[in-house]
Every structure is written in structure tokens, then in C-alpha cells.
Design a protein around this ligand. Sequence first.
Ligand code: SF4
Length: 373
Amino acid sequence: MSYADRILKIDLNGDTKETELDKKIAKQFVGGSGLAAYYLYKMGVYDFEPLTTNIIAMFNGPLTGTAPSTSRLSFCAKSPLTGIWGESNVGGKMAAFLKFAGWDGVIIQGQSDKPIYIHVDENGAEIKSAEGIWGMGCYDAQKAIEKEVSEKRVSTAVIGQAGENLVRYACIQVDNSRHAGRTGMGAVLGAKKIKGIAVSYDARYEVELADEKKFEEEVKALNERTKNNFTCNMFKELGTSGYVESAEMFGDLPVKYFIQGTFEKASEISGSKMTQTFLKGNDGCFGCSIRCGRVVEIDGKTIHGPEYETVASFGSLQLIDDLKSLIEINYLLNDYGIDSISTGVAIAYTMWLNDRAFTILALNGEMLGGLKN
Ligand code: SF4
């Protein structure tokens, strides 16, 4: 396995320390979430209060920085949304850059009383003031941190106003387009007054491979399979919302707060529709040839387009069939740093309750009318 063998532990009310990765543990708890679960459990994660004493970990995986499509990072902590284990996995460049800076993971504990951001590089971490950035949306915050760090190779993760205000399903935006959306990890950063994390590296840490030749052969074969794989090609051409029409066909598309089986306007919000109308290009996580991310243009502005989850939770789940509106909604959600799945489902649920309230009122009215007659 190709670990960097170093973990960075940052105590916002104490010191920053480097710890050696326990290789035996790395074999037992494979992957970013596995390792984070082990270390957080050892540190007593179940006794933490999600928005005060919590500890947050971000770990890459054993293959990060080697094989294609492996720049995935897990943010883990006790969830402020559920009160139990929380983890959210995100793409972008950060996982790879963290490995290239020579770290398998970063664990952050303590709370700052002033807004800060953390800059991690091969030498450790530096805590910087984020007073001028606090209050900004994700896109501006990301730009501001990148400008301040001013390193050639930098990846940033930030929270928006949702995380600052401890919305329990606030997310973390990575590299302007990817989101650690689930379980409220943005609120955990917000509670620590961490506006963002920047990871940069200068001299790249080279991962040691047990058998370089064999590894290269496997990567070549994997690339061939990816090139000829139907699902990979669909994601490349249509993005993840390329699944909308298939989901509708299989009865898997969530419609009208899960109470309706079909959505006749599915093709209006699908990945094919986006490709035919607003798509300008695609983008992807570090080292991925699939590049499922959407770059779209609306009203002369080039922005990132929605994924399947946003299209489903705000589109079919709420019976919205206007793709342009979905793109705009997605942009705002991302800028505020709020999870589009939880937000969409909460709104759809409210609409369902509202419908039921009207039905009950109408029924009551009918009954009362009946009684009067
Ligand atoms: S670009 Fe898409 S397919 Fe590639 S790693 Fe990122 S999320 Fe996965």
C-alpha cells in the first residue's frame, strides 16, 4: 500500500504535531474513512459534542496519487445532523495534493475564537486569520484564500454562510466544484471557526510502489476498461445526471416527495438535455479521465452544473422541470455551502406536508359543509 506514513494533528488550542502512521492499523482499516474511523474512535469520538468538542479528520486513501480517479478525500467527525458517525467523501485535487505534500491525513481538534483558515504543506500547518473572508460565499472565499496562499499548486476547501451559521447540513466546497455534502461536516468546521483549508506542496512526495512495472500494467488495463465502459462513457458525455432518464425508466427517480412513481418531464432535466443546451465543457477530479463534472453557461456566465443528486432532489422530487432554474439553484446552494440533497428533500417534505394540510382542511371543510347541510 502506498501511504505517506505521516499524519498531521492540529490542536487549535495547543500544538501541531506529526505522528507516524501505524502500518498495522492501515492494513486493518483500509481507506480514508477507515483510518479516520480508527483514529477518531481512539480519540473518543462518541463522547464529543458535534458543535463544540468535536474533532474532524480528513484522510486520503492508499491509492491516492497513483492510479486514476483516486483523488478522493474523506471528511469524518461526529455528525451534527445525526449525532452519530458522520463522513463525507469528496473529489477535486485536495486528496492528491495532501499525499503529494507527504500526508495521509489531517486531524483537527479544539476551537478557535476568531475566524481562521489553515494552510497545510509538506512542513506542517500554519494558522492564518480569516477575519476578512468570514461572511463570504464559497466561491469568493476560495478565490481569496488561493490569492493569499499564492502557491503554484494549491487546493482549497471552504465553508459558506451555511457552515458559519452552523446549519446542520452545511457542506464543504473543494476546488470550486466538488462538495463534501453529507452529514454536516461544514457545520463542524464552522463551529471551530475554520473558514477554509488550503493544501499546497512544493517538492512532490513520491509514493513508493512495491512493483512499479506490475502497477503500470494494471493502470494501463484499467484505463482501457474505462475507455470502453458504458457507464464511464455516459458520465463523461452526460454527467451524473445522465442517469435521470434511466432512473425514471427503472422507477428509481424520486418524484413528488417519493409518493409518485413517474415524472413525465424527466427528459427536460436530464443530462442529455444539459448537453444539448447549456453545456460548455466537462471537468474532473485530479487524474481522472472520466471527467464527469459539468461546466455550463447561463446568461453569459460560466459556472459548474448540477449533479444527479441536485437535479433529482430539486427537480423531480419537487416537480420542477426547468433546467435553467435547477442550474441557478445549484449555484446558490454551492455558494452558501449547503448540501443540495438534504435541502431539496427538506423542501419537498415541507411541500408534501403543506399538501396534506390543505387536503385535511378541505376534507374538514367538506365534512363541516356536510354537517351544515
Ligand atoms: S471526475 Fe467524476 S468520475 Fe472522476 S473521480 Fe471525480 S467524481 Fe469520480
